[in-house]
Design a protein around this ligand. Structure first.
Ligand code: ZN
Length: 142
């Protein structure tokens, strides 16, 4: 799968303390009407919820961190799934001793959060179920 995009506007901002990372980003994407794009963020989290994909079992294993962490990195993309905007992002977080990371899920609570969302102009990126991986991936004809 390959497609070429023009760079659109770059949206920057903060999510408020106590808000949910995934839902907060999704609300911005919907409000701005973004169909395709890239997303990055750094900050701190009051708690984190992410997942590891077990490739053999083809299922996500959830990880819940109830502690405060630094959000070292959030990186992801925006496409469409079932006709709605969909954010696929991964996070890396750390405490004083360890680093953790995985597939971003609902349930990450913001302590501080600074984001960049880069809108992309081009063919609509659509996610569809992929038998081989068990994941919803970008369609090959996109
Ligand atoms: Zn993922």
């Amino acid at each position: 799968m390959q497609a070429t995009y023009e760079l659109g506007p770059l949206h920057m901002g903060r999510l408020p303390k106590g808000s949910d990372v995934l839902n907060g980003l999704l609300a911005i994407v919907k409000e701005k009407g973004i169909c395709s794009g890239m997303v990055w963020a750094i900050g701190g989290l009051e708690c984190a919820r992410f997942a590891y994909y077990d490739q053999k079992a083809k299922r996500y294993l959830e990880i819940n961190l109830t502690k405060e962490t630094e959000l070292l990195s959030l990186v992801g993309n925006i496409s469409q799934k079932d006709g709605l905007p969909f954010i696929h992002a991964h996070i890396t977080v750390s405490d004083e001793n360890n680093t953790y990371g995985g597939h971003l899920m609902e349930g990450c609570k913001v302590f501080a959060f600074e984001y960049h969302i880069l809108e992309l102009k081009g063919p609509t990126l659509i996610r569809a179920f992929d038998d081989e991986t068990g994941l919803f991936l970008w369609q090959s004809k996109a």
